[in-house]
Design a binder for this molecule. Structure first.
Ligand SMILES: C[S@@+](CC[C@H](N)C(=O)[O-])C[C@H]1O[C@@H](n2cnc3c(N)ncnc32)[C@H](O)[C@@H]1O
Ligand code: SF4
Length: 479
């Protein structure tokens, strides 16, 4: 159990307002409450959300935004994301964009294309090449061997320049990660690691077709720290088939013993209509509704009891970690990588489905490898869709980000008039228990922390239009 004797024993939450009392919030949750708030809704890693972006937005629009962003602020650092979709096997719950079972020649072709894509974007950005953050996501970046990882790093650093002290991170699946890869990555300058742990119970692992052993995870964590990685994160998922409060608590206790610096505790996004392989899971074995809230409560109890601070909607960190500090001083931000402390406000992304957020636009790369390769091999940016944000989008984006990161928001000057419809909605008997409204200032109640997505949805003007028109997008559930 807790390994840090100085750690506080009561659940705490980092954040600028009064500390959030998780126990008080969970005491208010009942079947009725869960039924009221358990709806399909976005996770707001962007606003406007991806389903609102248009296929009319293509390479020309994205190229123009890059040029504008480069000329407007040539010395401002960027964040850079590379999507490496390869995985050895497909985990049955997976909601990521992955490519399974490709050989080294295929990976080499992919890396050549990423190299060209980096050069295409850098050309448009002009002098703007400094990076304060690099993130390799996936898929499984450690599916790449040492030679491939070095090849990728060489391509990134040929087009861009990481600043001294930049946060350079990657995601890793423990079963396909070796110490030798971590040695090389540390030598290249990587200093952040995120490992997928998901669940340690044998029955759950069997059900989701992802078997991994705690000793291997512990060994990698220790080795990563020895070679200089800090802020090491574990991803866990609650709501997986066959998870019980007892099995989940055992997983959490083993995790706490290893004491990663950070944890992302994701609610299982069960979306078989967009991820058909999830149909392999037995739907009756998946905990939904109140059963899922019980699992989340267990996470707050075990992690809070071990001295982790709750950060945003689904993260935890030791108090000395950058993420806790960012939450405490109000600088926590949220983007496609989740909650982050060191990201630049603008991100350029590479690889299939990579999402850029730069120059006032969002732009996403092709999902299919065929069109993605074709565009790059013909010398075009592989943009499949995107959106230029309007002033109203920017204003709502800030409010939604503040709610998601700080559990409070200021609607700004004239906000009470501009958001009269939203404030009326927040006064409805179903939403009023989630938020205290004082003029243009909103702060979430203890219960509201648990259902922050439901409050954010009130400010989503695009969703409002979609709902009015009877359309729907395939979002996961808010519980
Ligand atoms: C790209 S993976 C991390 C690296 C590596 N591929 C692995 O699995 O260990 C990103 C994370 O997304 C989370 N994830 C994947 N599918 C999910 C789903 N359907 N619902 C919730 N979280 C999911 C998992 O926690 C996973 O670790
Ligand atoms: S969870 Fe990770 S390893 Fe499993 S399929 Fe998804 S991206 Fe690949």
């Amino acid at each position: 159990m807790p390994t840090d004797p100085a750690a506080p024993r009561a659940p705490v939450a980092a954040g600028p307002g009064a500390p959030w009392d998780a126990a008080r919030a969970f005491a208010l949750v009942s079947d009725d409450v869960v039924r009221r708030y358990d709806v399909a809704g976005p996770r707001y890693t962007s606003y406007p959300t991806v389903p609102e972006w248009s296929a009319d937005f293509g390479a020309d629009e994205y190229g123009g935004a890059l040029a504008e962003a480069g000329a407007g602020a040539p010395d401002t650092p960027l964040s850079l994301y590379v999507h490496l979709p390869f995985c050895r096997e497909l985990c049955a719950y997976c909601g990521c964009n992955v490519v399974v079972g490709r050989d080294a020649a295929y990976v080499a072709r992919y890396l050549d294309a990423v190299d060209r894509e980096l050069a295409l974007a850098a050309e448009r950005l002009g002098r703007r090449r400094r990076l304060c953050q690099v993130h390799l996501g996936g898929g499984t970046p450690t599916f790449l061997d040492e030679v491939q990882l070095a090849r990728l790093w060489e391509a990134i650093t040929r087009s861009f320049t990481p600043e001294p002290g930049a946060e350079i991170a990657l995601e890793a699946h423990p079963a396909v990660t070796r110490n030798e890869q971590l040695d090389l990555l540390a030598r290249l300058g990587f200093n952040r690691l995120s490992m997928g742990v998901q669940d340690l119970d044998p029955t759950v692992q069997e059900a989701v077709r992802r078997r991994q052993d705690v000793e291997r995870i512990r060994g990698l964590l220790e080795h990563a720290r020895e070679v200089g990685f800090t802020g090491v994160n574990f991803d866990l998922i609650y709501g997986l088939p066959h998870q019980t409060p007892e099995s989940w608590r055992r997983t959490l206790e083993k995790v706490v013993e290893m004491r990663p610096d950070r944890l992302a505790i994701y609610s299982f996004a069960y979306v078989p209509e967009v991820r058909p392989h999830q149909r392999r899971l037995s739907a009756e074995a998946i905990p939904f509704g109140m059963a899922r809230m019980e699992l989340l409560r267990g996470a707050h109890e075990v992690l809070g009891g071990a001295g982790y601070a709750a950060i945003g909607m689904d993260h935890f960190a030791v108090p000395s970690d950058d993420l806790s500090r960012a939450a405490a001083d109000g600088t926590l931000t949220r983007n496609f990588m989740g909650y982050v402390s060191a990201a630049a406000p603008e991100i350029v992304a590479f690889g299939i489905t990579g999402i850029s957020d730069v120059g006032g636009v969002y732009a996403q790369g092709h999902r299919g490898l065929g069109p993605w390769f074709q565009a790059i091999e013909e010398g075009r940016l592989p943009t499949s869709r995107g959106l230029r944000l309007t002033p109203d989008d920017h204003r709502r984006r800030r409010i939604i980000a503040d709610l998601m990161c700080r559990f409070e928001a200021d609607l700004g000057e004239g906000g009470e008039d501009a958001f009269a419809e939203e404030l009326e909605d927040l006064a409805r008997p179903d939403l009023a228990p989630l938020v205290d409204v004082r003029g243009a200032r909103l702060s979430l109640t203890p219960l509201g922390h648990l259902f922050v997505r439901n409050v954010a949805m009130v400010f989503d003007a695009h969703l409002r239009v979609r709902q009015r028109e009877g359309g729907r997008a395939a979002f996961s559930r808010t519980v």
